[in-house]
Design a protein around this ligand. Sequence first.
Ligand code: XIL
Length: 371
Amino acid sequence: MKKFIVKITAAGAILACFAYCTSTKNATGNAATSLKDAYKKDFLIGTALNTQQIEEKDAKAAALIPLQFNAITPENIMKAEIIHPQWDQYNFDLADKIVAYGAKHNIKVNGHTLIWHSQLPQFARRIKDVDSFKTFFTNHINTVAGRYSGKIFSWDVVNEALNEDGTMRKSIFLDKMGDGFVTEAFRLAAIASPNTELYYNDYNNEQPKKREGCLALVKKVQAAGVRIDGVGIQGHWHLGRVPLKDIEESILAYHALGLKVMITELDIEMLPRNFQGADVNQRQASNPALNPYANGIPDSLLQQQATDYANLFKLFLKHKDKITRVTFWGVNDGQSWLNGWPVPGRTNYPLLFDRAFNPKPAYHSVMALKK
Ligand code: XIL
């Protein structure tokens, strides 16, 4: 009995400590102990989950995620190469698990993503014939969106269809179906999953030229009488260079088309690289100079990051009537994709929690806005 009490007390102490270490006050004056609680009246706060996290194999992540976040996006496992590896074969195992995870913890699930030129299965890349490609496209959306109809909150229906100058990206979809493939994807998704919110998602679509292309794309879908509910701005930004003005102009421009706006893959990268954007096919060779903080990062940079995140969240709060969700692309720094991309094997620090799941200065600066 004594042992049992000690255990309970220890667990309670850890929770109490976490609550104390991360606390701030919410709008009602009560202590808010989490991001989702602090921003409850403003927008959802999400994170991307990897397989370990979906399967709750990572004990610290399993404790932190439901405490801090009320929205989740699978980082990879709903992408076509995993969920639809062969023409007539679907692999729903992990996707079903994230849906069950969301239901269990009362967390909204955003499906990511139905139509994307990257992480496509080999068989789809090899389809030569136009009609067969259209059949693949239709079957994919009907089957995947149909399965989760009523079970997930939203879909990134089309991901990254645009070039930086706002023109349509050259892809197998454009090649086989022409630029109407975007409208067609939304048309099929709206039928397969009538009660799910449907979004177009991209990186750099806050930049003026790409934004113009994105607005034109959305207008085309709308002009066809097809439902599109929102635009996701991925939000892979860089330390000291967060484009606040472009972001604000984009929030206003997308909202003016009657769309919801969400920040879908937020991170603030701390390491150097020689290009901007988040094209997963673009890489840079490894070099020790590109990995300067392998043994720890100076506090001054963490403070700069805290300021960057605070400025961003101030902007999001200013437009909380237009923004429905802000999702971070990962739970903690050690799990971020930016440790492996665009340069392999680096030590990056882009998120609000450090490698030991402790809140960073950026966490506190985001929470402090709600005091
Ligand atoms: C990334 C994942 O985080 C990586 O694990 C994977 O290797 C490549 O894709 N834009 C997107 C996301 O829409 O799906 C990408 O995710 C990051 C860029």
